[in-house]
Design a protein around this ligand. Structure first.
Ligand SMILES: *[C@@H]1O[C@H](CO)[C@@H](O)[C@H](O)[C@H]1NC(C)=O
Ligand SMILES: *[C@@H]1O[C@H](CO)[C@@H](O)[C@H](O)[C@H]1NC(C)=O
Ligand SMILES: *[C@@H]1O[C@H](CO)[C@@H](O)[C@H](O)[C@H]1NC(C)=O
Ligand SMILES: *[C@@H]1O[C@H](CO)[C@@H](O)[C@H](O)[C@H]1NC(C)=O
Ligand SMILES: *[C@@H]1O[C@H](CO)[C@@H](O)[C@H](O)[C@H]1NC(C)=O
Ligand SMILES: CC(=O)N[C@H]1CO[C@H](CO)[C@@H](O)[C@@H]1O
Length: 512
């Protein structure tokens, strides 16, 4: 039983797309993922999304500014957003496509539609953008030439029209423009507003937290934690009383991976070494999807969560179709790895998945998997000891972050998946979690592309946020409330919520 008779029944969550166990069945190995046309734009999107190089100028606080200046800065920020939107207009269509394709209800913070439209209208006028098919010179609205003296060809210095007026103000304006264009400024503000308080800490499972998942609901914070004994704890963080958390026992061994179904959050899929289960709250049952030995992790191959790729401790992977009742996998393939700890599917091109374990991290194409002799599409090289995790960045998949027992976090540039991909940054990071703590996994903030979150051995105890360039952006800590290492963390897909789980089953929720 999922819920005790006395327990309250959690809301089933909106059914966002057809159930995986209905509808036509895709032939095994059929290529999911977008068309090659959509893929062709990857380069473009990436070039734009990589706008910030995270220069040395740390975005300082605004404490020295007057209220007026703050307001002005806010206005300027809005304008910068508009410029960014302009720059990204090419990718916007594609991003939109991704957003609608993802049936998950997680809404990345979008600018308000109305604002967007006025901005666009204004831009057409200000920039004198002509419809493409009308030659510029023939435009009837074009003002006389003497009003607009000819400017020399080639690059022009950014000096104002009236140079003499006040160069100090111009400089301030331009430096503000520069500073607010650091992609991460907005993110940083929201990170520092997230705090941990006593009532948002609770022991949710009995032993070491090995995996966590957070429900995408924006009104109620519901967290699931899987532990070393095969228990799954569910905690309604919004509920202050004792009834807020309950433990279920769907597995006999360590629950090493969990995800709410991205299209139907009434389903919680959990995996231990011997079973993959789907907890369906509408029926109050933990269904068995597959049972086998040596499962280590899984990820969905499609947005509708019909099929999943499952990694095995002994280096195999299997494709599992949840709609088939059978207990064996549709396809089993050997990667040649000694071990696989994590698998992760590319967020856009869903035929690609990452497998990581031992010293290997490689990208494979699920369409070409065969039983033996699989060749990876790309290898992410340089790991000298056991790799604990490897994940694609959430929006474009153009980055991968890995955690390795050689005390390094590495970020790779996977914009193009050639045979070897470029190492972008390498961060020294004590991973000596030892025997009693779960190993660290660095996970991306699902809301945007540039930041990842990882536990830390540092004192005072903290959870760290890094930029993909390797810069430490923020440390979540609270000397009174956080006194232990949080090895396993999860970030809400649309809200400013971070949950850290420690190795005695205690969860810590940072929120604003
Ligand atoms: C899920 O998505 C895949 C690929 O887009 C499609 O082939 C399959 O029919 C879908 N399944 C359901 C149940 O909608
Ligand atoms: C900010 O923008 C609003 C609306 O455009 C305007 O009324 C206000 O004066 C501006 N404030 C500053 C400080 O520039
Ligand atoms: C969570 O707790 C809040 C506050 O007690 C309650 O309103 C809500 O219905 C609960 N939700 C779930 C999913 O248990
Ligand atoms: C499980 O994996 C281990 C190596 O990690 C291997 O020795 C063992 O044979 C595997 N068991 C099965 C049933 O595949
Ligand atoms: C987990 O956190 C609790 C409370 O902060 C603490 O008492 C416990 O020792 C921690 N467990 C580990 C393994 O650090
Ligand atoms: C260099 C170093 O101390 N690496 C450690 C990282 O963590 C793993 C697992 O806890 C240890 O085995 C390594 O020795």
């Amino acid at each position: 039983r999922l819920l005790s008779p006395a327990g309250t029944r959690a809301p089933a969550g909106k059914r966002l797309c057809p159930e995986p166990d209905t509808g036509p069945r895709a032939p095994p190995g059929s290529p999911p993922g977008p068309s090659s046309a959509a893929r062709g734009q990857d380069g473009l999107w990436d070039a734009d999304s990589d706008g910030s190089d995270g220069g040395d100028a740390a975005p300082d606080g605004y404490s020295h500014l007057s209220a007026y200046e703050r307001k002005r800065l806010k206005n300027i920020t809005e304008n910068a957003k508009f410029f960014a939107a302009l720059k990204l207009h090419e990718s916007a269509a594609r991003l939109n496509q991704i957003a609608t394709k993802r049936c998950s209800p997680c809404s990345r913070r979008k600018p308000k539609k109305v604002e967007d439209e006025t901005a666009r209208r204004r831009s057409m006028r200000l920039l004198r953008v002509e419809p493409l098919d009308i030659p510029l010179l023939e435009s009837p609205a074009r003002p006389g030439a003497e009003e607009y003296p000819q400017v020399p060809v080639g690059p022009l210095p950014m000096v104002p029209e009236d140079q003499a007026e006040n160069s100090k103000w111009t400089e301030a304006l331009l430096s503000t423009w520069m500073r607010i264009s650091e992609v991460l400024l907005v993110e940083l503000e929201s990170l520092s507003s997230m705090v941990l308080s006593e009532e948002n800490i609770r022991k949710v499972v009995k032993t070491r937290v090995c995996s966590m998942a957070i429900h995408p609901s924006e009104s109620t914070i519901l967290v699931a934690a899987g532990d070393k004994w095969g228990h799954v704890g569910l905690w309604n963080v919004s509920c202050r009383s004792e009834e807020g958390a309950h433990i279920f026992i769907p597995h006999s061994f360590q629950v090493s991976c969990m995800h709410f179904s991205p299209c139907n959050p009434a389903h919680l899929l959990s995996l231990s070494s011997d079973t993959l289960r789907c907890g369906d709250v509408t029926r109050a049952v933990f269904d068995e999807v597959r049972s086998e030995e040596n499962f280590s992790s899984f990820d969905f191959l499609e947005d509708n969560a019909s099929t999943a790729i499952v990694g095995h401790w002994d280096g195999g992977v299997a494709v599992v179709d949840r709609r088939t009742p059978g207990m064996s996998s549709e396809l089993s393939a050997d990667t040649g790895f000694r071990r696989i700890r994590t698998v992760h599917v590319h967020p856009v091109n869903k035929q690609y998945f990452l497998a990581a374990g031992s010293v290997d991290v490689c990208v494979f194409d699920v369409r070409y998997l065969k039983a033996k002799g699989n060749k990876p599409l790309s290898s992410l090289t340089g790991h000298t000891k056991s790799v604990a995790s490897a994940y694609f960045s959430p929006v474009t998949g153009s980055r991968v972050v890995t955690v390795c027992a050689d005390d390094k976090l590495r970020v790779y540039d996977t914009t193009s998946l050639s045979s070897t991909v470029t190492l972008l940054s390498s961060i020294r990071h004590n991973n000596n979690t030892g025997h009693w703590l779960s190993r660290f996994r660095a996970i991306w903030d699902p809301k945007q592309e540039h930041c990842f979150v990882v536990g830390s051995m540092a004192q005072p105890r903290q959870i760290q946020v890094f930029q993909d360039t390797g810069k430490l952006l923020h440390s979540f800590c609270n000397v009174d409330c956080l006194s232990s290492v949080c090895s396993i963390n999860v970030v809400h897909p649309s809200q400013s919520i971070l949950v850290g789980g420690n190795s005695s089953g205690r969860l810590h929720v940072f929120k604003d």
